[in-house]
Design a protein around this ligand. Structure first.
Ligand code: BES
Ligand code: MN
Ligand code: ZN
Length: 501
C-alpha cells in the first residue's frame, strides 16, 4: 500500500476518513463534508452511539451524488491529548477499517487541532506511519486466501495543508517502518525457514545500506572461547552464528559506539529440559530480541542516523539430540567464568553471556542494551503492557523509559541486587543458569550482569511484548517488532550528533 500526501480537496471516489473530537465535535474537514452532503454526517452521529471518543469509529455508506463511496468517522478524543501515538492510531484505524473493504483508495483528512501540541504536518506524517504500520500482512503462506480476505486498498493519501512538510517528515518515519517490517517478517517466519544461517543472511542484507556485517561461525566462536553460547546450539543441525553489524554515522568515526545485543534463539524447544508440547510453536519467535536489533540497525542506517552503533546478535537453535547439552553440564564462557547448566531451557542468558562479553571486549561501547524474550516470569509480572527493564545505570534506564513512553513501547524498571545475585550460586562452578522460581526475571538479569564487565548496561525482557494475540491500531496480531521504534527514539533523542555540535 502506498502512502501519499496532498493538499485538501474533496475526493470524487473511494473512501474518506475524517476526525471527530470528543463530544461529537466535527473537525473542519468533517464539517465541510457534512455541509457538502446535506448533514449526512450529523444525522449519522445523531442516530448512533458514536461520540468521537478515542478509537470509536462510524462507517457511513455515502448516497449517490456525493462522489466518495464511504465516509469513515474516527474519534480522536480530546484535542489536548492528541500526540504522535494518537495520530498514528488515527491513520492506523482508517486503514484497519478499509484494508479489505473492497475500496482501493482512501483519503485521510488531517486538520489543525486547536489545543494540540502536534503541528498539522507532524500529525499527517504520524498518521501516515500508523497507516503503513497497520497495513502490514504476513500472508505469504496463505495459498487459498479468498478474494474478500485479501487487501484491496492500494493507496492512502493524507490530506493536509502543509503537505510538503508532512511528506518530508514522513520520509524519516518511513525508514523506521522499513526496520519494523524487517523485524516483523523474521519474527513471523517459522523456524524451518528462519534458523541461524538464514537469519544471519537476512542481517547481511543490511550491507546494502552501508552497514558493515560480519558473521562468525562455530569455529571462530570456539577460538574466542564462547563455550556458553556454543553449548546451547550443540544439539542442533544448524550451525550457531554470531552476527556483528556496525553503522558508523557519527562525524567522529572513532567515537565509542553504543551497542545493542539481541537474543536470537531461532527455536527454543527447551533442549533436554524439553518444554511441554502445548504452545511450543510460539518458540519460533524466541529470536525477537535479535530481530529487533537487526530492524533497529536497518532503521538507523536507513535514515542515516548520526551515531556510531553496533548490533550484535547471538543466533542458535535450542534442540534436544544425542549431541545436545545436558542438565548438569559445566561450560566455560568467553569471560572465563564457568556456568553449571541446571536447566537447558534457561538458554537465552547463556547466549547473551558470550554476546555481551564479546561486545564490550571488542568495541568498548558507551553502553550496552540487550533485548531478549528471556523469561516466562516477566509475562506473569507485567503481562503484555510493559517490557521489563533492568539496568546498572540510572541515566540509561531513565532515557530508555522516556523513549519507550514517547513511542508507545513502555518499559517498567525492576530491581537488581546482591540478594538476588546469591540465588545463582553453584556448588560446582562460578554460577548456575537458573535461580529458582522466585524473582525469575530478576535472577536472569543478575546472570547477564555478570557478563557486562561493569560497562553501563540495560536489559529489556520483551517476552510479553514480542508477539500480540490481538490487533491494535498500528499492528495486526502477530509479531510487533517491539524495540525497533524504542531504540531509534533513544538514539534520536539522546545520542545523535546535533547540528552545530
Ligand atoms: N524463551 C523462553 C522464555 C519465554 C517464555 C519467552 C514464554 C516467551 C514466551 C526462555 O528461554 C525460557 O524457557 N525461560 C525459562 C527459564 C527457566 C527454565 C528458568 C522460563 O521462563 O520458564
Ligand atoms: Mn528456554
Ligand atoms: Zn528461550
Amino acid at each position: 500500500m502506498k502512502i501519499a500526501f496532498a493538499k485538501p480537496s474533496l475526493p470524487t471516489e473511494g473512501a474518506v476518513a475524517v476526525a471527530v473530537l470528543e463530544g461529537k465535535v466535527l473537525s473542519a474537514s468533517a464539517h465541510k463534508l457534512d455541509d457538502e452532503a446535506d448533514g449526512l454526517l450529523s444525522r449519522a452521529i445523531a442516530t448512533s452511539r458514536f461520540e468521537g471518543k478515542k478509537g470509536q469509529t462510524l462507517m457511513i455508506l455515502a448516497p449517490a451524488g456525493l462522489g466518495v463511496s464511504r465516509v469513515l468517522l474516527i474519534g480522536l478524543g480530546k484535542a489536548k491529548d492528541m500526540d504522535a501515538q494518537g495520530a498514528q492510531a488515527f491513520g492506523g484505524t482508517a486503514v484497519a477499517q478499509l484494508l479489505t473493504s473492497g475500496e482501493t483508495d482512501l483519503v485521510v483528512a488531517v486538520d489543525a487541532l486547536e489545543g494540540s501540541a502536534l503541528s498539522p504536518a507532524e500529525f499527517a506524517a504520524q498518521a501516515g506511519l500508523g497507516a503503513r504500520l497497520r497495513a502490514y500482512r504476513f500472508d505469504k503462506y496463505m495459498t487459498k486466501q479468498k478474494k474478500e480476505d485479501k487487501p484491496s486498498l492500494k493507496k492512502a493519501t493524507m490530506q493536509v495543508e502543509a503537505a510538503a512538510d508532512a511528506k518530508a517528515a514522513f520520509a524519516r518515519l518511513d525508514k523506521i517502518a522499513d526496520g519494523v517490517f524487517l523485524t516483523r517478517d523474521v519474527v513471523s517466519e517459522p523456524a524451518n525457514v528462519i534458523h541461524p544461517e538464514s537469519l544471519a543472511a537476512v542481517a547481511e542484507t543490511l550491507k546494502d545500506l552501508n552497514v558493515e556485517v560480519e558473521v562468525l561461525g562455530e569455529k571462530q566462536m570456539k577460538k574466542l572461547g564462547m563455550g556458553s553460547l556454543l553449548g546451547v546450539g550443540q544439539g542442533s543441525e544448524h550451525e550457531s552464528k554470531l552476527v556483528i553489524m556496525r553503522w558508523q554515522g557519527a562525524a567522529d568515526k572513532d567515537a565509542a559506539p553504543i551497542a545493542f545485543i539481541g537474543k536470537g534463539v531461532t527455536f527454543d524447544s527447551g533442549g533436554i529440559s524439553i518444554k511441554p508440547a502445548g504452545g511450543m510453536e510460539d518458540m519460533k519467535w524466541d529470536m525477537a530480541g535479535a530481530g529487533a536489533v537487526i530492524g533497529a540497525m536497518k532503521a538507523l542506517a536507513g535514515r542515516k542516523a548520526k551515531v556510531n552503533a553496533v548490533g550484535v546478535v547471538g543466533l542458535v537453535e535450542n534442540m534436544p539430540s544425542g549431541t545436545a547439552q545436558r542438565p548438569g553440564d559445566v561450560v566455560t564462557s568467553m569471560s572465563g567464568q564457568t556456568i553449571e547448566v541446571i536447566n537447558t531451557d534457561a538458554e537465552g542468558r547463556l547466549v547473551l553471556a558470550d554476546a555481551l562479553w564479546y561486545t564490550q571486549d571488542r568495541f568498548k561501547p558507551k553502553f550496552m542494551i540487550d533485548l531478549a524474550t528471556l523469561t516466562g516470569a516477566i509475562i506473569i509480572s507485567l503481562g503484555s503492557e510493559y517490557a521489563g527493564l533492568f539496568a546498572s545505570d540510572d541515566t540509561l534506564a531513565d532515557r530508555l523509559a522516556a523513549a519507550g513512553k514517547a513511542v508507545g513501547e513502555q518499559l517498567w524498571r525492576l530491581p537488581l541486587g546482591e540478594a538476588y545475585d546469591k540465588q545463582i550460586k553453584s556448588d560446582i562452578a562460578d554460577m548456575k543458569n537458573t535461580g529458582g522460581r522466585e524473582g525469575g526475571s530478576i535472577t536472569a538479569a543478575q546472570f547477564l550482569k555478570r557478563f557486562t564487565n561493569n560497562v553501563a548496561w540495560a536489559h529489556l525482557d520483551i517476552a510479553g511484548m514480542a508477539w500480540s494475540k490481538k490487533d491494535t491500531a498500528t499492528c495486526p496480531k502477530g509479531a510487533t517488532a517491539f524495540g525497533v521504534r524504542l531504540l531509534d527514539r533513544l538514539v534520536a533523542d539522546f545520542y545523535e550528533d546535533k547540528p552545530g555540535k
